[in-house]
Design a protein around this ligand. Structure first.
Ligand code: SF4
Length: 371
């Protein structure tokens, strides 16, 4: 858990994350702004172009590998505590983007963390994992150019965690994560093992590796970069790089979706009626009356539905810009009308996604070696 000096920003991978102002993260947390790199990327993703990916650590190293067509890896994953939601969708799309740019992709099913952080048994998380992997494949992950694995079954990750345990003290873990039970400290070391797995000899040895994550995961990156440095003689690790995306607002307007409140988000497996209801009940940045909204415009910056368009559901950047400036701020659309439009786009996307996902369930079972 990392807190800003004023205490208004808190990055906590095991709990509540608050970001008052993403710009502050540059000065206070040493995260680098992503925007200056944008012109050097020949084929930036929508999230990069739209500023959803706002920061990085050491991404230049990966960018150089991309430009020079050299070997690099992308590594991220999911905690299998339920169905894919909009936050995990974001990370999956980023992994797939880097895979399509030539990276070898590693996708971890973080079942040890699901157990330690959320008390989900391995048996239960395995059921979720099958669906999660089917989602990943349906979104375009190519298993021939990647490695999908469960933490609990990947001995090399556990071996790395055991080795890394000699490199940290309890005081360091408390400074990074706050006072926690030992299981969470162990799962943080396991995550360090995940992040550095692509650099083991079994996978071709040291290479630039990018970890695309939500900014709440930055404490894991700081720990892992430190461990990569400490264990450089033994493993020759290159410190991992990261990109950070903003956190998508919850449907009630709060800063981050929470699995503890099912009305604050939706999953990719939800029924159309439930999706419609959740979008219809969502908070917006609208004005109390239609007349005021037409006259004064609404506020997309506080609106979770604007985030949905920005992060996921408008394919064209022009449509995002038009919604922000003209339709929303300019009072050209009312929130009710916008909710109807968004519901249709989301339902069309999910219908197609769920169709593809069903086709990948057997493949997901095969990859995870589930009967
Ligand atoms: S018009 Fe759309 S984007 Fe703007 S506040 Fe209303 S729902 Fe949100």
């Amino acid at each position: 858990m990392t807190k800003s000096s004023a205490g208004k920003t808190m990055l906590n991978p095991f709990g509540v994350t608050m970001v008052e102002d993403y710009e502050h993260l540059y000065e206070e947390f040493g995260i680098q702004p992503f925007k200056p790199l944008l012109t050097q990327i020949s084929n930036p993703s929508a999230a990069m172009r739209r500023g959803v990916i706002f920061g990085h650590r050491d991404f230049k190293r990966v960018l150089d590998a991309m430009k020079n067509r050299e070997e690099f890896a992308v590594m991220s994953g999911i905690k299998p505590t339920g169905e894919f939601h909009l936050g995990t969708l974001m990370t999956a799309r980023e992994v797939i983007y880097f895979q399509q740019q030539g990276g070898t992709a590693f996708y971890c099913i973080a079942d040890i963390e699901a157990y330690e952080d959320n008390r989900i048994s391995f048996e239960r998380s395995q059921k979720y994992a099958v669906g999660n992997v089917a989602d990943l494949l349906a979104l375009g992950f190519d298993p021939k150019k990647g490695y999908i694995y469960q933490q609990s079954k990947e001995q090399r990750v556990k071996d790395l965690a055991i080795a890394f345990a000699r490199g940290v003290t309890l005081a360091t873990m408390k400074a990074i994560y706050g006072e926690r039970h030992m299981g969470l400290y162990i799962s943080a070391l396991i995550q360090a093992g995940d992040i550095l797995l692509p650099q083991l000899e079994d996978f071709g040895g040291p290479k630039p590796t990018v970890v695309p994550v939500g900014v709440d995961q930055d404490p894991h990156l700081r720990l892992t970069r430190d461990l990569a440095f400490k264990f450089r003689r033994r493993y020759n690790f290159i410190p991992p790089s990261s990109t950070y995306h903003k956190l998508i607002k919850a449907l009630d307007g709060s800063p981050k979706m929470s699995k503890r409140d099912p009305m604050s988000y939706f999953t990719l497996e939800e029924k159309p009626g439930v999706i419609s209801k959740k979008i219809s009940n969502a908070f917006t940045g609208g004005k109390p009356t239609a007349e005021e909204q037409r006259r004064l415009g609404a506020d997309p910056d506080v609106c979770p539905l604007y985030d949905l368009y920005l992060f996921h559901f408008f394919e064209r950047d022009e449509d995002v810009a038009k919604l922000y400036t003209n339709e929303c701020k300019g009072g050209k659309i009312l929130c009710g009308e916008d909710k109807e439009r968004l519901t249709k786009i989301v339902l069309d996307f999910l219908k197609e996604h769920q169709r593809k996902r069903r086709q990948y369930i057997d493949k997901a079972r095969e990859i995870l070696e589930v009967e």
